[in-house]
Design a binder for this molecule. Sequence first.
Ligand code: ZN
Length: 330
Amino acid sequence: MLSSSMDSLRTALFLSFLAICVAGCQAGGSNSSHAVGQPPFLSAVASAPPQASDDAPPPDKTGGFDGKRAYSLVAKQVAFGPRPSGSPAIAKLQDFLQSELQSYGCTVDTDGFTADTPVGRLPMKNFLVKVPGEKPGSILLGTHYDTRLQDNFVGADDGGSSTALMLELARLLCPHRGKYAVWIAFFDGEEAMKQWSDTDSRYGSREMAARLSLSGDIKKVKAFLLADIVGGRKAQFFRESSSTPALVDLVWNTAHKLGYLDLFRDSSTAAQDDHDSFLARGVPAVDVIADFMNNGYWHTPQDNLDKISAKTLAIVGHVFQESVKELQAR
Ligand SMILES: [Zn+2]
């Protein structure tokens, strides 16, 4: 349990998050790589089976989403160690993300850029998976894959869980062309290097939103569904107040239809996150983020693999997949 003074401190820290950033980052070169169709390979994924008591439902109960596989993808990321932007460990993760996505047959655009941060100029890299559609318009999903710059912080839930979720969704979505395109963004540099502010946070999503604005592609984005901190054993999700209400309704109605009322609650919360970079440019967006302020390990070295549940990952993955289907039917 947290003491009340700790609660106050956390509330104060949280309030310091309340800043909207609209500034763009310095952008460098861009390149894209196109995948060849290959079967998914699981051999590269570390084998770290979840505890039996927390087994995920079988994939056929969660729309094909494999919670155990997603858990293994969190374990793989954690095994790289702390992965702050610009670190050797994040470079290894970037290579892994690319090879993993290519093994699913995904087409991946890569945007390497340089960000000016309070700890210096850092190389960063965004990935954008693009599944083509039949009609104009796209549905954007997203995660950040960097971890907070902090000693011994491996970000199993904060960075690892949502990235595993999006990898597993990419495996399911890349082979199928829908009515609308589905894009899946993997952002670098969500975390502040020193203290969260307009200019020290969300480097990757601000870069991608700016780039999509320049190209005009941002007008094609009908909805942005962001996942962050989605793998906790005791995770509960509250309606995020800066998100677009109609999209929050869509995700929550989907979750309730699937029977996940215990996880998707009707309370509300507020979070500053990568969705803000797109909201600021007029894109409807929803942040699906657990009640991280009260999980007891947020932004601490205790955010480790033992906090992760294959079942939670499977449920949130199912909700995301069904929400995409809802959006495809509109
Ligand atoms: Zn964080």
